[in-house]
Design a protein around this ligand. Structure first.
Ligand SMILES: C[S@@+](CC[C@H](N)C(=O)[O-])C[C@H]1O[C@@H](n2cnc3c(N)ncnc32)[C@H](O)[C@@H]1O
Length: 198
């Protein structure tokens, strides 16, 4: 069944070709719920989606998945008896091991019906250039919420129980639905994958 519902968690500041725009350009009836806990995202997101009855933005902490899932806007916009694509793109590395990131992702997945999808990208320090690594780790300590770098196996664990589609868990810059895109210049130091709930 085609996906017409999108839950974009850790949506970030709106840029170009946002999820609801891409989805509606293909399927005009698509509905999107954006979630982020950064208050500075709110005015930008609201300006972007103004006048669009099929798109909402909620300010919430992704770690509190019951609150996100039970939010009145989530309930109003998304029908969990039909497939939903959940986007966790460059989000889960902001969830420290002490906050049970695998339990958080499973909390969302558990509510999805078969035919739903999970799209996840996660920063890594696997195979990183040592100089870049030194700079990345140096900057990390200064971030409001430091990143947790995870290995490929650790990133792949987020898809446990799901069926990976396309080329599996690979570098974000190399993922395509038709297989792995070649070329070392595309390395983005993030693992990513797309998986279906069966
Ligand atoms: C690197 S941005 C990614 C934005 C977008 N998904 C993308 O790939 O372009 C990460 C976003 O996750 C949000 N974020 C981090 N921790 C979060 C949390 N616990 N709950 C909700 N949003 C969170 C940040 O505020 C930020 O907007």
């Amino acid at each position: 069944m085609a996906i017409r519902q999108f839950l974009d968690i850790g949506s970030g500041l709106p840029t170009q070709k946002n999820v609801h725009e891409a989805a509606q350009s293909v399927a005009p009836g698509s509905r999107t719920v954006y979630v982020d806990n950064d208050p500075s995202v709110l005015p930008h997101a609201q300006a972007l989606i103004q006048g669009d009855p099929q798109t909402v933005y909620i300010e919430a902490d992704a770690r509190d998945y019951p609150a996100v899932l039970r939010h009145p806007e989530t309930a109003r916009m998304l029908d969990f008896t039909k497939p939903i694509a959940v986007l966790l793109v460059a989000l889960v590395h902001f969830i420290d091991d002490s906050d049970d990131p695998y339990g958080v992702v499973a909390g969302y997945v558990d509510q999805l019906c078969p035919g739903s999808y999970v799209i996840l990208a996660h920063v890594t320090s696997d195979d990183i250039d040592p100089e870049l690594g030194e700079r990345m780790f140096g900057l990390n300590s200064q971030l409001r919420v430091p990143l947790t770098y995870r290995t490929k196996d650790e990133a792949a664990r987020f898809f446990d129980g799901l069926e990976l589609v396309g080329p599996g868990v690979i570098d974000l810059g190399r993922w395509s639905p038709d297989g792995e895109v070649d070329g070392p210049k595309r390395k983005l130091n993030s693992w990513c994958g797309v998986a279906r709930k069966v």
